[in-house]
Ligand binder design. Structure first.
Ligand code: HAX
Length: 442
């Protein structure tokens, strides 16, 4: 058994036993009650699923196995001479809860290289789609086409013991992660570079190889990719892509099909597609104003016009966070260190000054601060990756790390089919009427 699989198997067995004992003693403990506002309001803040790999605090932001992004930037192994964490390290951490050594991360890079073969029919299927098909649609189709390699589906067909579900799930996870950058880069090159593909470089780690296959030159972009792929990986279980993965995975759909479904959720403009919307919104503004360096007043007026036309300001607001997103701040720090004079980055920082007070003044926006998507596009544009329809695919490559690690845990813990209860408005009205009657009697 490989070293990561071995550690995962031991840790999972231990946690499974602990959870069993906890539920035996405390299974009927009430955690919190639910309001009608929450039921009608998108289930905000209702604790209703287990997600071991990360936890989101409204004020502090994301913590992966207890570690903040700032801590991980220090602690996770980097490439020689580099200062950004390798995403392989974060995957290891999410899988076993321990910061890996540089040797363990090198092992993982090599293991993914070894497994990175993608079946030819996946590329043939992509080539059969119109070249202007949205990259996220291509990505979802390609992930579904990769499902022919699913170990889980095959083993389940043959008759798989429940206790062993995690094992082919782990194999599928490793294979899918290994192949994903190749598929994602293929989509980029066929969509925007006339199908001139770039072969993987076997000397590179996972993030750097993705940067290489995209065709963006330079060590600085490779560093950006390592950071980007690390910080977008996981955001606890309730966000739309993670929750979709969890829900679909809970039917014992394999990780290919559940990840394809998760990417459908990421492709929505209120979620991951916001990264393309942000940069589109910024360029539309600059074009309309006829300048690359708008004044604060021009920018504020454009923001107000966007709001007046009934649209949201993309990249701002969050369902959970109530502070500037640490993932936004990590990208800002990268830009401050490497490209402080980039025009487009400066506009992003100006938007960061102007938008929050305007959103706050509306009196209804719970979080006026930027989220992860407010910054990423400007960095990519600066390094020459200007085709913003592609950006959500990059987010998806990263998100795979978290949701696949979490699915390994879900399988190992034997989490059941997810099936929450819905209500009708008639039920709500009757429920309230009954409460009022009871209150009148007592
Ligand atoms: N611009 C304008 N209005 C906004 C807003 C924004 N950026 N953020 C929230 N609001 C509005 C909501 O539309 C809502 O208005 P109505 O009551 O008229 O419907 C009101 O403020 C209250 O919303 P909220 O409770 O603060 O926010 P929600 O939890 O309902 O929604 C969203 C969270 C992320 C969907 C929201 O902030 C939004 O639409 N933001 C812009 C899109 C975006 O950046 N999405 C990416 C989020 C992060 C992510 O998932 N990345 O992948």
């Amino acid at each position: 058994m490989d070293p990561l699989k071995q550690q995962f198997a031991e840790k999972a067995a231990d946690l499974r036993n602990k959870v069993k004992a906890m539920l035996k003693e405390h299974g009927d403990t009430v955690v919190e009650s639910v309001t009608l506002d929450q039921i009608y309001g998108g289930a905000r803040n209702i604790r209703m699923m287990v997600w071991e790999t990360s936890e989101l605090d409204p004020m502090e932001g994301i913590r992966f196995r207890g570690y903040s992004i700032t801590q991980l930037k220090d602690l996770l192994p980097k490439s020689p001479g580099g200062s950004e964490p390798k995403p392989e390290g974060l995957f290891w951490l999410m899988m076993v809860g321990e910061i890996p050594t540089a040797e363990q991360v090198d092992w993982l890079s090599a293991e993914w290289r070894k497994r990175s073969q993608v079946p030819d029919h996946v590329f043939a299927m992509l080539d059969s789609l119109p070249v202007d098909t949205h990259p996220m649609t291509q990505f979802i189709a390609a992930i579904s086409a990769m499902q022919t390699s699913s170990n889980f589906a095959k083993r389940y067909d043959e008759g798989l013991n429940k206790a062993d579900y995690w094992e082919p799930t782990y194999e599928d996870t490793m294979n899918l992660l290994a192949g994903l950058p190749r598929v994602a880069a293929y989509i980029y090159r066929r969509s925007f570079h006339a199908g001139k593909h770039i072969a993987p470089d076997p000397s590179l780690d996972w993030g750097a190889n993705y940067a290489h296959m995209l065709g963006v030159p330079g060590e600085e972009f490779k560093e950006l990719m390592r950071l980007y792929l690390t910080i977008h990986a996981d955001h606890e279980g309730g966000n739309a892509s993670a929750h979709t993965m969890h829900l679909v995975g809970s039917t014992l759909s394999d990780v290919y099909l559940s990840f394809a479904a998760a990417m459908g959720a990421l492709a929505g403009p209120l979620h991951g597609l916001a990264n393309q919307e942000v940069i589109r919104w910024i360029f539309n503004m600059l074009d309309e104003l006829g300048t690359r360096t708008p004044t604060d007043e021009q920018l504020a007026e454009y923001v107000r016009n966007t709001l007046a036309s009934g649209q949201v300001i993309p990249g701002y607001g969050h369902a959970v966070l109530r502070r500037p997103d640490p993932r936004f701040m990590a990208q800002k720090e990268f830009a401050e260190a490497h490209i402080p004079n980039s025009d487009i980055v400066r506009v992003v920082w100006q938007v960061f000054e102007i938008v929050p007070p305007i959103l706050e003044s509306l009196g209804k926006v719970k979080n006026p601060w930027p989220n992860v998507d407010a910054h990423s596009g400007a960095l990519l544009v600066h390094y020459g990756l200007t085709e913003y329809d592609y950006y959500t695919v990059m987010f998806g490559v990263s998100r795979a790390l978290g949701v696949l690690a979490a699915t390994c845990w879900a399988r190992a813990m034997g989490l059941p089919l997810e099936r929450p209860k819905s209500i009708t408005t008639e039920w709500a009205q009757q429920f309230l009427a009954k409460k009022q009657q009871q209150a009148a009697v007592s």
